[in-house]
Design a protein. Structure first.
Length: 194
């Protein structure tokens, strides 16, 4: 009887350890883009689920603008983002317990944007824009004993699709034709894993 109890205890203990190991393979994280309020005057939040080397998440934000160093025609127009919704994917290139280091991935955003003329009061509002992009970045845990993470995108080429390819105005003869972007400054996020 003692042997059966000992075997049963070992099986339960091993199942508990295995369950703990399984839990370590998955996690949730919430992040905010810390450059967006400073550079683009917007708020962007991200909520992700990670499993082993894969991470998939949702993106939501409101307010903001396409940065003047991104917008080739910023002397004439201001490209403003009303709100955005999307999803993101990351794949970590090295297998670590904390899923940190370099990653590749991509994102796809839907946004409502408005273009304002700087030389008149004319605005073209609520332009639907779909933006796929690719990522190469790096995730860092600055304090090993906490779950604080910093997510830095190193390269982020992206392409705008939709009615924004050429936006015509009545008061300005030259249409707005935004350039497609190759970012080195974002998204940069800070958040917490749990």
């Amino acid at each position: 009887m003692k042997n059966i109890f000992a075997i049963f205890s070992i099986v339960l203990l091993s199942m508990h350890v295995e369950a703990q190991n399984e839990l370590k393979k998955t996690y949730w994280q919430a992040k905010v883009d810390f450059l967006e309020p400073l550079v683009n005057q917007s708020f962007v939040a991200r909520f992700d689920f990670g499993k082993e080397r894969h991470l998939i998440g949702l993106v939501a934000g409101f307010g903001g603008r396409v940065s003047e160093f991104d917008n080739q025609q910023f002397d004439t127009y201001q490209d403003k983002i009303n709100y955005r919704l999307g999803f993101e994917y990351q794949y970590f290139l090295s297998k670590t317990k904390q899923n940190t280091g370099f990653y590749i991935g991509g994102d796809f955003d839907f946004a409502s944007r408005s273009i304002e003329s700087k030389s008149s009061n004319e605005t073209v509002e609520n332009i639907a824009v779909f933006t796929p992009g690719a990522w190469f970045g790096w995730v860092w845990k600055p304090f090993q004993k906490t779950n604080l993470i910093v997510d830095l995108t190193i390269l982020h080429p992206r392409y705008d699709l939709g009615n924004i390819s050429k936006v015509t105005f009545q008061t300005v003869p030259k249409p707005y034709e935004p350039q497609n972007l190759f970012n080195f400054l974002g998204p940069w996020s800070i958040g917490w894993r749990f």
